[in-house]
Design a protein around this ligand. Structure first.
Ligand SMILES: [Zn+2]
Length: 613
């Protein structure tokens, strides 16, 4: 049994800075992709000639909840246009994907798992009663199809993704063949338990492999948890084991793992693909809902507040394929060596579809799904899951109940939970206390970070529950005698002055034109520093701007003592910093420099050693 359920987008809305973030997304590339990008605008899914596989489902997976969370009528209508075309395109026998009968045997069924997941999300958002039958018929057709043509390629590596719509349809129809389909997919699909039981990918290899592909790993973190539901009790032990392996050998300073685009080691100058970030976030959301284990929500917040915003421009018009933890320039590497193991030399440029377009379609789910994970439904009440400003309006035992989380977190350290009940209502409000807090109090009583505090009460009228946290500034140790500064849920980086150069062009009939153009970014200030001993001062503005992760006005900054050192470019590479400085001998006086949240940076130095005494 799954521990928690999601609320729908009628009940749950973002507020405060999180709503601003969704508005930024709605007004930028994500909210306009169906106007500017042929793979969406002229997709085979809607009768065109462009991509008829994963790109429309990926985009809808974010665009649909975005439209409904903001009650944006225009976007809801545009989403419905796609859904109507997809529903109308279903064949008599249930086949749903846009290809001819002759093409079916070679069609990679990964896109079906995705579109079925998206259709069920659309059903939750819209209540459109056509949807369950469409998904039911497509799953029945999938069972017949894979009995004849076993799954291969992406459908093989990502078989467990189909468990999401299967479980939802099973909850409605209670027909055993759905569980048989799930078991058939497991039998045909990739065996992560075997791969991780005898793991060959501790060292990065310069070879593209399904088994070490970063997005496959990001998705597969939830495989163990999801598959356990087929056997009975929810169990996330394999998911935890898998994540420990990934972090031990390929972990980064911002709570993720590298992959450019297969697992790439723990170096701060290797890349991490954006799809890997959004898919790991979704895996953590699913695992938290399945198990209620708070480690998954802590992992989710770390990515949402750091790696996700860092790899998308503050205005959300451009993004990278690969982000680097120490990223002091983003220029094409052509003409020199390529740092990325199997990605192109422009993978870290900000743009429309640097390297490849999967992330252009798939980054859209990041913020909307995160917003949908702020509150979850438990058997006995309501759970505050990922912490951010949001408002839930629901009915418990016939009584209208609202819970609002009023907070600047992660830019602030307190949360007011405003609970309103229209009459006497007996339920439990469960508050997750982030593990990153040094200490915490709920209504003045000590609460242990990393645990869940349960408040079982008869609520009536309006009550306020206050969560207060303390965050320590700390230097966290990294390989090669490097360190990273963390405070609470945020990682901090040296902010580097930036010069953005616009690249407008047409390639393969896809236009890059401002504001959906590409950018190279060069540093305009020194970045060659090591940490020096001394106190770090914290400054908070107490406000979040309309672009919450704007490089120009971060809500929190740190003044950090540093000293210049000799730190050069990596030889043979175009503007890639060396993995470590050439020397940690001080080359000047100690000074303080501004450090800002990693998520607010585009250029940055994050993993830094201490200077020699
Ligand atoms: Zn991608």
């Amino acid at each position: 049994m799954q521990k928690y359920r999601l609320f729908n987008t009628t009940e749950l809305k973002a507020s405060g800075w999180l709503r601003k973030q969704l508005e930024v997304q709605a007004n930028s590339l994500s909210g306009n992709l169906d106007k500017v990008w042929p793979d969406i605008r002229e997709s085979r899914w809607i009768g065109g000639n462009w991509d008829g596989w994963e790109r429309v489902p990926y985009w809808l997976d974010g665009f649909i909840p975005l439209a409904y969370l903001l009650d944006d009528e225009d976007k809801i209508a545009r989403a419905k246009k796609y859904i109507d075309a997809i529903v109308a395109g279903q064949c008599e026998d249930g086949w749903l994907c846009p290809c001819t009968v002759e093409e079916r045997a070679k069609y990679d069924m990964w896109a079906l798992y995705l579109i079925d997941k998206v259709l069920m999300l659309y059903y939750d958002c819209s209540g459109d009663e056509r949807i369950p039958e469409v998904v039911y018929k497509s799953l029945k057709n999938l069972k017949d199809h894979i009995e004849q043509y076993p799954i291969f390629a992406w459908a093989h590596a990502r078989w467990f993704e189909c468990l999401l719509p299967i479980f939802q349809i099973y909850d409605m129809y209670k027909e055993e063949w759905l569980l048989d389909l799930a078991k058939l997919l497991r039998a045909q699909g990739m065996k992560y338990e075997e791969i991780y039981g005898d793991w060959k990918y501790k060292e990065p290899i310069n070879q593209w492999l399904w088994e070490s592909h970063v997005v496959n790993q990001g998705m597969a973190i939830k495989e163990g948890g999801l598959a356990s539901l087929l056997d009975g009790e929810a169990d996330d032990s394999f998911s935890e084991f898998m994540l420990n392996q990934l972090f031990t050998y390929h972990g980064t300073a911002v709570g993720h793992f590298t992959g450019d685009e297969c697992l790439s080691g723990d170096s701060p100058i290797q890349g991490t693909e954006l799809c890997g970030v959004t898919e790991a976030m979704f895996s953590y959301e699913v695992l938290y809902a399945i198990t209620g284990n708070p480690i998954w929500a802590d992992r989710l917040e770390k990515l949402a507040f750091n790696a996700l915003p860092a790899t998308i421009s503050p205005d959300m018009w451009s993004h990278q394929y690969d982000q680097l933890v120490n990223q002091v320039a983003c220029v094409n590497l052509a003409g020199g060596n390529n740092i990325f193991r199997t990605n192109s030399t422009e993978s870290h440029l900000f743009g429309l579809e640097p390297n490849f377009g999967c992330c252009t379609a798939n980054f859209n789910q990041g913020w909307p799904k995160f917003a949908m994970s702020t509150f979850m439904k438990s058997d006995d009440g309501i759970v505050s899951a990922a912490i951010a400003p949001a408002k839930l309006t629901t009915v418990i035992g016939g009584v209208n109940v609202a819970v609002e989380s009023e907070t600047l977190y992660p830019f602030g350290s307190s949360v007011n939970y405003i609970v309103t009940a229209d009459g006497e209502c007996d339920f439990t409000l469960s508050l997750r206390i982030p593990a990153c807090a040094a200490s915490a109090k709920v209504d003045g009583e000590d609460a242990e970070p990393g645990t869940i505090v349960t408040l079982k009460r008869v609520w009536n009228g309006t009550s306020v529950v206050k969560l207060e946290m303390d965050f320590d500034v700390k230097y966290v140790s990294r390989p090669r005698d490097m360190f990273v500064i963390e405070r609470g849920p945020l990682v901090y980086s040296l902010a580097i002055g930036e010069e953005w150069s616009k690249l407008e062009y047409v390639r393969n009939n896809v236009e890059r034109k401002f504001p959906y153009c590409d950018w190279e970014i060069r540093p305009t200030t020194d970045w060659q520093f090591a940490f020096a001993k001394g106190d770090i001062a914290v400054s908070e503005t107490g406000a979040v701007s309309d672009m919450p992760f704007d490089t120009a006005c971060p809500p929190i900054t740190l003044d950090v003592p540093v000293v210049p050192v000799n730190w050069g470019w990596k030889e043979g590479y175009n503007m890639i910093a060396n993995m470590v400085p050439d020397s940690v001998k001080p080359e000047g006086d100690v000074r303080t420099m501004k450090f800002i949240p990693y998520g607010s940076t585009t250029l940055r130095l994050t993993e830094i050693p201490f200077a020699a005494e």
